[in-house]
Design a protein around this ligand. Sequence first.
Ligand SMILES: Cc1cc2nc3c(=O)[nH]c(=O)nc-3n(C[C@H](O)[C@H](O)[C@H](O)COP(=O)(O)OP(=O)(O)OC[C@H]3O[C@@H](n4cnc5c(N)ncnc54)[C@H](O)[C@@H]3O)c2cc1C
Ligand code: SF4
Ligand code: SF4
Length: 415
Amino acid sequence: MSYAISGECCSDASCVAVCPMNSIHPSPGEPGFGTGASLFIDPRTCIDCGACADICPVDAAQPADRSAVEDVQRNAAYFAEQEPLDAMDLDSWGEPSYELWGGGPRRVLVVGAGPAGMYATRELLLRTSAEVTLVDRLEHVGGLVRYGVAPDHPSTKQIIRTFERIVRHDRVRWLPGTDAGELPDEFDAVVHAVGARRSRRLGIVGEEAARTAEEFVAWYNGRPGAPVPADLAGPRAVVVGNGNVALDLARILLSDEQRLRSMQVPAAVRDVLAASGVKEVVLLGRRGPEEAAYTQSALQELLATVGDRVELRYHARPTSWTPEGLTLDDGTTIAAGNLFTAIGFEGQPIDGLPFDPDRGIVPNVRGAVVGRPGHYVAGWIKHGARGGIGVNKACAQETVMTLVSSSRALVSPGS
Ligand SMILES: Cc1cc2nc3c(=O)[nH]c(=O)nc-3n(C[C@H](O)[C@H](O)[C@H](O)COP(=O)(O)OP(=O)(O)OC[C@H]3O[C@@H](n4cnc5c(N)ncnc54)[C@H](O)[C@@H]3O)c2cc1C
Ligand code: SF4
Ligand code: SF4
């Protein structure tokens, strides 16, 4: 599936800035932009991330299966005679379009090779003559796109190939498997794009026996070192949470062997899931359906995939977890063999930087860390654990814009 833009579009191009795949055209600077006509989405490159729909002020961008047939056809027809445009064609990048720094190459450290770090790196390459050192604790680029996005959404994971091209640029020094704290060097600026991977806690009795979304999602995506779930006892599991991640968990838990075979998951993961006793899932939301954080298309996908094996319960507040199941504040207990929590993620403090524990972010002004000149943040550690891949593109652009227009002094990763 892809997204499509309808005739309601007023061409303000907000969506172009957040599209991680450069799928929306004509973009500013291209022939036809600004003529008043609609913009169009290339169905061959769209990864279905929904960022355009989130930002569109007039709801003109929508999933293709919820768009009128003629809108889908109009979008496809616009690109019919053209080759798909690469999201990040490094070979065709020209000279930097502006160089506020002058005086030769400068050294910038980007910590984290998730979407925010990759977009920050791309922006630095485009806008400055800086040499970029990019580090990630993990051995591969992608962050949560590789180890978070569900394995039955392979088109979304396509963007990893685009990120892999950025690290091959000759002004990028890519150091996989490196923690920022290990670097002795000094830099003109550090962009911290470390994400917000830690699962939020429910704060109920018995919670330590629950599997958090962080662990479970990392495990089914094959992240090295992710803990293997001990026993997927059935027949019922409860997933607490009402966002798209909770829906991902339910879909994966209820996938049969045939469906699992169509996914890019490690063989050991497939074996555990195929042998799982979980046959039904209760999805528990604290608020009502109208306030649920999942998108309608994610809910439709879940219902189409697992049918009546999922029960949606709203206005339910858990109080304790025991071997009998999950007890709610109305005194009832849902008998279940497993509890999963998917109630959001939060950032963790970074050595040497201020931290806002309530919001789980590093306090910043347009990406510049408050009170720490030379330090910048991008992505979930900057704006909180909300929003899809595309949001991090506009966010990283803002951070790099702030960086190039700020005064600098030499800084080290933890200074
Ligand atoms: C389970 C899940 C599913 C999702 N599915 C979708 C989806 O289908 N579509 C969509 O659009 N969005 C999805 N999202 C949202 C999307 O993944 C995020 O918007 C995005 O990954 C946030 O980017 P980030 O770069 O801020 O953080 P991350 O992706 O978390 O990247 C941070 C990187 O920093 C590295 N790092 C952390 N600390 C250090 C350190 N000290 N030194 C070195 N490296 C470090 C980490 O290893 C990681 O690679 C999903 C999110 C989750 C949690
Ligand atoms: S954000 Fe909406 S109105 Fe604006 S250009 Fe994109 S589709 Fe059109
Ligand atoms: S923002 Fe996402 S959904 Fe929209 S066109 Fe780009 S890739 Fe497709």
